[in-house]
Structure formats: C-alpha cells, structure tokens
Design a protein around this ligand. Sequence first.
Ligand code: PCA
Length: 204
Amino acid sequence: MKKILITGFEPFANAKVNPALEAIRLLESYGFINAKIVTCAVPVVHQKAIDVVIEAIKKQKPDYVMTVGQAGGRTAITPERIAINMDDFRIPDNEGNQIIDKPVVAEGPDAYFSTLPIKAMVKAIQEKGIPAYVSDSAGTYVCNHLFYGIQHFLHNQGIPHGFVHIPLLAEQAIEENKPCLSLDLIVQGLASATQAIIDYDRNS
Ligand code: PCA
C-alpha cells in the first residue's frame, strides 16, 4: 500500500476559501485500492509553508508528495513542470511578508523539475472529462516558493514531488469574473492524478 501526502494551501488575499484546502479535505476519505492519502493544510506564509510540509513529510514518511494551490484565472487543473529559485511576491503573504526578487534558497540551483509523472497525470484527468494541461510556470508567489523549497529538501531522497495548480471555485469566480471549476470536478481530477502517479510507478 503506497502512501501519498497531499497538501492544500489555506485561504489568502482576504478570500474565505481556498479550493485546494476544500479539495484535500474531501480527498482524504476517497477510496483508493492501492493507496492511502494523508493530507496537511499549509499556511500562505513564506518560510512557514515549507516548514509545515517538511514536518508532515518527516511524520508521515510518504512514498509521494503532491502539493496543491489555487491559481485564479486558470481554466484547468495544471500540474506544474518547473519550480524556479525566485520569490517575487505580487502581494504580501498572510503574515505581511512581501519578498521581492530574492532566491527561495540562497546558492540553490536556478530550478527544479517536477518529479511526478506530469504528462500521465494530465492524461488521466482529461480521460475523466476534466480539463487539464501541463503548466510551465508556477509563478513567483508562495506556491512556487513551496514547490521549489520541497524539491530542494527532497532532492536525492527518492520521494517524487510535484505541485498542481487548480482553478477557482464558482463562488470565488463570481467576484473576480474569472474561470472556475466545481469542487466535485477538482476532487475527481486530483483523484485521477493521484491514481496516475501510483499506476505510473507500478508500470515503469
Ligand atoms: N495560491 C498562491 C499561494 C497559495 C495558493 O493557493 C500561489 O499561486 O502562489
């Protein structure tokens, strides 16, 4: 039985919800034949985000890690290809830090690639009839910060990790007039991506 840690960010920028946190709560009770899902809520705060996920990895000892956050304006579920060593926060985080043009890790490499099978994840989500594509930029805010920080931590540890951005929920999209996906489709999409991660490893 494989264990996958799926994390979701808390609400930020005065929002009441974050679809990532709503989705991981529902995913925890999702029935997988060959996998157990454990979850963890992540603060939208600079270094704390990385610390909380590293703590969860040490405690849970998962076989895989998938970190999830919202991306207002995205039309699909988007596994990210690459994390860059750059913080350039367009707004302050939930504790008022606004980091501009600083590396996530001083002296770290410029970038890390996702170590999850992003193409297989996209295919599995699309086969469920849910929009998905590979994204080539996770931005320069706290999501990219976490993605890079965890890749740096897990480097050479043999635990695959990647970040997935998801669209807004309808209730958020009304205010901002942006694209949205229902929570049900987001949960089904992330469940399909999870299954793809497990199947990919079994088949390769
Ligand atoms: N999205 C933000 C940070 C938290 C979240 O869910 C981002 O894309 O950086």
